[in-house]
Write a protein that binds this ligand. Sequence first.
Ligand code: IDP
Ligand code: MG
Length: 140
Amino acid sequence: MTIERSLVLVKPDGFQRGLTGEVLRRIEAKGYTLVGLSILTPKREQLAAHYAEHEGKPFYEPLVEFMSSGPVAAVVIEGHDSIKGFRSLAGATNPTEALPGTIRGDLGRDWGLKVQQNIVHGSDSPESAAREIDIWFPGL
Ligand code: IDP
Ligand code: MG
């Protein structure tokens, strides 16, 4: 068994809708452990680092704008294969395509905006997780 950590964000839409508890409930019910938790309104520079891979894409500016529009809950979760496991809990990026049973499929929808407001972020690889945890929880 290898203990793996993943960076989860409850995005401004999820936080504003009062879904932070529901997201944390699903993470805990699945069996992962919460090892970091913080509420903050992210600054542009922090989001530029977090979303560096998307710079230049059509949805990049709307994404940074949206993510800095209000508080988010930043969470570090822990457990064997938790990166893949949370991506599975979250569902597909497009909430219209995300399957029922997933966070995005049950709680999200497409609002027809330039950026998908899809409630949560989850790291997509061990490399991304290490990089992202360092951005949101330096020293953890
Ligand atoms: P992920 O969050 O499922 O890993 P990424 O491709 O990393 O998806 O994209 C980051 C975020 O940017 C998404 O969660 C979503 O909010 C937004 N996004 C990604 N692709 C699109 C798109 O094609 N149109 C609008 N928004 C998008
Ligand atoms: Mg991603």
